[in-house]
Design a protein around this ligand. Sequence first.
Ligand SMILES: [Zn+2]
Length: 448
Amino acid sequence: MLQQELRKSFCLLLHNEFSLFYHSNVDRKNRIMKKIHCLLLLLFFGSIVSAQSYDIVIKGGHVIDPKNNIDAVMDVAIGDGKIIQLANNIDAKQAKQVVNAKGMYVTPGLIDLHAHVFFGTEPDHYLSNGLVAVVPDGFTFRVGVTTVVDAGGAGWKSFPLFKKNIIDNSQTRVLSFLNIVGEGMRGGAYEQNMNDMDAKMNAFVAKQYKEYIVGFKVAHYVGPEWVPVDRAVEAGKLANVPVMIDFGGNHPPLSIEELYMKHLRPGDIYTHTYALLEGNSRETVVDTATNKVKSFVWEAKKRGIIFDVGYGGASFNFTQAIPAIKAGFYPNTISTDLHTGSMNTSMKDQLSVMSKFLLMGMPLNEVIKASTWTTAQVIKREELGNISAGAIADVAVLNLRQGNFGFYDKTGYKIEGKQKFECELTIKGGKIVYDLNGITDPIYVKNK
Ligand SMILES: [Zn+2]
């Protein structure tokens, strides 16, 4: 404020001197010119000294940046949409906005690997331009998520519509696993139609939109055939991207050992890892008789199969997750399977799922890693999920609230915990997009 006042006074003085100049004789004109020079110089240097080098400085937060093995209290400076530096003490006076993050965690912007955001108003379109999907911006920033990957909502036929309606109109970064089914995730018979599972067309469209399409998705197929998985992997090979498998169901269930060892490649993703489906139509990773993680599941992880949570409405059971986490079988990636059917039941949101894994015994930095850096690597977007100097400034400021909290699953199995993640502030591309309690000073900046 003081600088602005001074600048105003200088400008007024200059204006006065210029007025005098025009009404003076030569001698006086020379004197006035000297004065004007001095004033201009003062104004120029004044503006250099007062120039602010950063858009945002986050002060005093506990930074967890798994890519760079940072787990310490540090300041973070942001400018021009990028991380400028991390240091023990960055001068807050040099920032347009200062975030007071004392007592909070500062992490890379979270990436939700499995969400359903192809919202639309077509009746009976399920998760592909239908009402069961959600608009991304309404559900992301408030939980620290800056990037969502839509898991198979769009197929190659509907991807241009998905891009036009959702990707191009969202502040959230929206990426896509293209459904192996050309019609996308329209539910019912559409997802059973093997004639609409064209590896070549999928790969063709994925290459055309490679900025957005990060892989292929198989979902909800019921039957003994391997065709949907194999077509997706074929498309994955053609486009050099991973596939994500929701293994559907069959009676008797298909072998997940065969899936991991014979059909998938290292880097391919098995979602709904901790699901125990009613009717036992899918094999589980934890043996329900012994409560032990099956030995070939450990082998599959070693082989490079990515185990994703994909919590969803019916795809997470504590009876699977608790023994797995106890044994150290952590998910590679933590994701929600967000849609209207999951968010209002036990899943809630990304932070609720992360809180459950923390409570089950997964270490805090592993929980953050599985929601940031590992996810970025899995989708081959290593410019995301980290806060290195020069990286895109996607940042989440999280509070680990203390209190009495209950966490339950779809069966009503409940565990109680004393802490729970809450999102205090989210920064996407260097801009504050969510601030729960107004911890930014000033809260709003014009022309930013
Ligand atoms: Zn899903």
